[in-house]
Every structure is written in C-alpha cells, then in structure tokens.
Design a protein around this ligand. Sequence first.
Ligand code: BGC
Length: 369
Amino acid sequence: MKFINKLVAVVLSCMIMVAVAGCGGAGDKASSTNGNAAKSSGKKIGVAMPTQSSQRWIQDGKNMKEKLEKLNYIVDLQYAEDDVQAQVSQIENMITGGANCLVIAAIDSNALVNVLAQAKANNIPVIAYDRLLMDTDSVSYYATFDNKGVGTAIGKYIEEKMGLKEGKGPYNIEFFAGSPDDNNAHFLNTGMFEVLKPYLDKGQLVCVSGQTDFDKICTLRWSQETAQKRMEDILSGYYSTGKNLDIVVSPFDGISYGISAALEGAGYKVGQKWPLITGQDAELMAAKNIISGKQSMSIFKDTRLLADKCVKMVQSVLEGGQPEINDTKSYNNNKKVVPSYLCTPVPVDKGNLQKELIDSGYYKEADLQ
Ligand code: BGC
C-alpha cells in the first residue's frame, strides 16, 4: 500500500511538473534565448489598421501580428474598413480590454484625439504606424517610410523617363493626390511638386485641366472609385477634342487602377499612346500591371521592415531600452515633434521589379503569372 501511495505521489508530481512546463510553453522556451520575450509574455498589444480593401494593410497587419506573437505578446488586430467611427470604437475597446500598448494606422489622423487622450489617461503608450497621429501629445513614436521621399521618387521618375532635364516636352499631365486627412498624402504631394513644378512653370509639362491645387486633386480615403470618376470627368471635359494625356501622377496603386479603367473607357489602349502612370505600394496587381505596361512604376514599401522597426518601438515602450530612431525633425503633429524611424521607399518598374519584389522574397514568381 505504502508503495502504491508513493507511486501515485510520484506520478502526480510528474504530472504537475509537465503541466507547469506546458503552461509556461513558448514563453519559457523563448526566455532562454530572448530576455525581452520573457518580459513581454502576456502583455496585450492593440493593433488598429485602416482597411482590408488594399493589399498593403493586410500585409502590415499580418506582419505585425506574427512578429509580436513571436515575442509572446497577445495581439488584438482590428481593421475598421475605412469607417472612422468604427476605428474609434475599436480603439476604445482595446483600452477597456486592458491593452498595454496601442499601434495605430489611422483612417483619419485628426479624428482620434479624444480616444488617444483616453489611452494616455490609462498610461497606455501609443505608436503611430505609417500614418502620423495629428494634434495629440499621446503618441510616443512613429514608424513610417520617408513620405516626402515617396513623392520625390515619383517626380524624379517622371523627370527621367520623359527627358525633362534634357528639355523634352511639352507633355500633358494630370495629378492625383491621396486623402486630405492623411498627413502622408500632403508630404508625398510636396515632394512630387518640388520636382515637377519647375517643368510646369517652363511649359514642358501642361496640366490641361488646370487642377494642381491639393484641394482639387486630393482623393478622400484614397478611393479607387472616386479617382476613376474624377479621371473620367477630366477626360471628357478636357481631352475629348483630340488632346492626348501623356502622364498621370497617381499616389497609390488603387488610384492607378481607377485611372486606368477611366482611360480604357475613353478608348486609350496600352502600348498606343497610353500615358505614364505612377503608383505606390507595389501591390501584386500593380506589379502585374507594370509587367503588362498598364502602369509604369510603383513605390515599393517593404512592410516587413516597417513591422520590424515598429515592434522594436513596442518593446522599448513596454520593456525599456531605446528604439531605433532616424528622424527627430520632420514629423510635427501640431503638438509635438514625434521621434520617427523612416524606412526607405524604393521605386520599382520593369527594370528592377525582379530584383526588388521577387529576389527579395516579397512575392513569389508564380504570384505574378
Ligand atoms: C500610405 C500609403 C498607401 C495609402 C493608401 C498611405 O497612408 O502611406 O502607402 O498607399 O495610405 O492606403
């Protein structure tokens, strides 16, 4: 009997040991290799993303979730499908749900002031993801790409491909900008016009519609449909008498798709006086369009890199330590200059698409067939 009792006790204690080890699970394993991961286990990170209607944000969300979970954070990833109020509610729920840190890519950068004040009152650090959070001091860091650099790269691409430095032209050009409530749209537009305005002034570029002011060319919520409608109106209003449109500045691949649809509707054909069309994000569809000649270029923003930098910011606000910062001047949100890390945007066209998008492992060759 004594022996049986002893056996039961041994078996029981083994079971308890296994159970304890099992509960510790990934956290314990990680702690032997990564001190931060041990500290982070159990902390909740709310990740608020704008929409799943564009491929880039799906990738951003997926990367952030994977990378944070690898460090044993618990991730609440939410998409608000470009509904500003829905995003406010999602963030409120993250706060009441006990989030330890918030990572936010805003739909409307100005609309979150109150909910961010709530986060601050609850001592929850906030990191702005890709889009700056405006008019608030409740933001610790900003991880993004060089947004003015995106515009500069678009402008320089047009300058080079159209031989503007060599004095070529005149070319007819139309401009599209992003959403007025997204700080990035303004930065991009500034960078692009800095390069192209001198050529408008010299007459090498002619904006036939005359629409160059941001208020006229902006596209609320970066909407493909809105852009298509505006392009249709411009084509029927200003180009129906035989003028050819040579260049369209587009700040986002989704907008480029709308522009292309309008051009096709007006009888333009790829390869036959089809305009140079720019873009941003190097979405899969855009990459295919670059190969087929429908779109000339896009701006590749490696979301894997952005997520890496942002995760480091999360770790530093929660566990201590210094995140990587490479800009402490550019991003004034009207309340403070937000310390930022700017990743480098890379222009891609037919010439370097293979190297940048496929050899880098961002897409598989088969995805582009
Ligand atoms: C991002 C771009 C994106 C656009 C539309 C901007 O805030 O910086 O990469 O194309 O939003 O989603």
